[in-house]
Design a protein around this ligand. Structure first.
Ligand code: KG4
Ligand code: ZN
Length: 337
């Protein structure tokens, strides 16, 4: 079964083909970062329009690279949410129209389930059940995963998502959009000992997160200490250490609480090197194993949607007559396989 995957929930147009026999055949990602960079963040209407421009050429390119024509596609999976509603609608309408024209099933996929299953595209894969830490621009979730669609939320952010905190703090430091990778780069030259940021919500029990205070802490530090290059790097380092430590402390608790020894880490922030280093060290102490997507599949991509969609289409699920597109959608509200 060959499934075309379409991701348009935010500022990346991601297209891929996943084949049940041969795995991932081809994929392409077009990032709108340069366009939104001028405005310091994603402009939803511009995002939708750019998806309209890019989606068809990218589908053609990905099919050609897989040595396929449209007629070889057996099913289409697209991100049906959560995300920017206009952007989601572009992918959803395109997928439904193409599916209808080709007479093949389509299926709306949950964006965070895509992230969660992305490590399954790699050589060493986790086995159910496992814990997943999902850290993206819009969500921070700790999930107990018992199977595809069997998700129990152990903890989540009560305010800013981890990626959002990176982006907002990067803005305070005068770095471009998206701020996560830029802040991480700057942090490399920072002195870890100069400032100490709090580790929010770690001194009480529970697995929820709160990251919005960290950007305020960064802002206050900037106001008190100035904005010279080294100070900014030192603040970036202190901020990154605080987020990473906090995530690691909660993951450790989740491992202790559930007794599960496998941890999946996915979503944009899972590309962060320091996070990977600290989590890997922590996991070793507990005899646990950590699984990540390859670097390019940490952030939004079509491959994870093709794969998640393949699992569900193969199980016989498909869209009804409505076009599903949702700005908000809990990961616990999806059907278990
Ligand atoms: O998963 P993703 O591509 O989009 C959403 O679903 O939101 O995640 C994007 C987020 C952005 O906030 C970006 O700043 C952050 O992931 N990010 C990083 C890094 N790479 C991307 N944050 C920290 N360190 C990184 N290396
Ligand atoms: Zn995402």
């Amino acid at each position: 079964m060959k499934v075309l995957g379409i991701e348009t929930s935010c500022d990346e147009t991601g297209i891929a083909v996943y084949d049940s026999e041969r795995g991932l055949l081809s994929h392409a990602i077009y990032s709108q970062v340069a366009m939104h960079g001028e405005y310091g963040g994603v402009v939803p209407e511009l995002a939708s329009r750019d998806h309209v421009r890019k989606i068809l050429p990218l589908v053609r390119q990905v099919l050609a690279e897989a040595d396929m024509t449209q007629r070889d596609v057996d099913g289409i999976a697209y991100t049906a949410g959560p995300g920017l509603i206009g952007a989601v609608l572009v992918g959803a309408s395109f997928a439904r129209a193409l599916g209808w024209a080709l007479g093949i099933p389509t299926l709306g996929v949950h964006h965070m389930e895509g992230h969660l299953l992305a490590p399954m595209l790699e050589e060493t894969q986790p086995q159910f059940p496992f814990i997943a830490l999902l850290v993206s621009g819009g969500h921070t979730l700790l999930v107990e995963v018992d199977g595809v669609g069997q998700y129990k939320i152990l903890g989540e952010s009560l305010d800013d998502a981890a990626g959002e905190a990176f982006d907002k703090t990067a803005k305070i430091l005068g770095l471009g959009y998206p701020g996560g990778p830029a802040l991480a780069r700057l942090a490399e030259t920072g002195d870890a000992k100069r400032f100490h940021f709090p580790r929010p919500m770690t001194n009480r029990p529970g697995l929820d997160f709160s990251f919005s205070g960290l950007k305020t802490f960064a802002l206050n530090t900037v106001n008190a200490e100035g904005q010279d290059k080294q100070t900014k790097a030192d603040i970036a380092r202190a901020f990154e250490d605080a987020v990473v430590d906090t995530l690691a402390i909660k993951c450790r608790r989740a491992i202790q609480q559930t007794g599960l020894k496998q941890l999946v880490v996915a979503g944009g922030v899972s590309a962060n090197k320091r996070l990977r280093g600290v989590l890997t060290t922590m996991a070793k102490q507990f005899d646990a194993e950590v699984f990540y997507p390859r670097h390019e599949f940490c952030t939004d991509n079509g491959a994870m949607i093709a794969y998640a969609g393949y699992l569900r289409l193969q199980a016989g699920l498909q869209d009804d007559l409505t076009i599903s597109a949702r700005a908000r959608w809990s990961i616990t509200d999806i059907a278990a396989l």
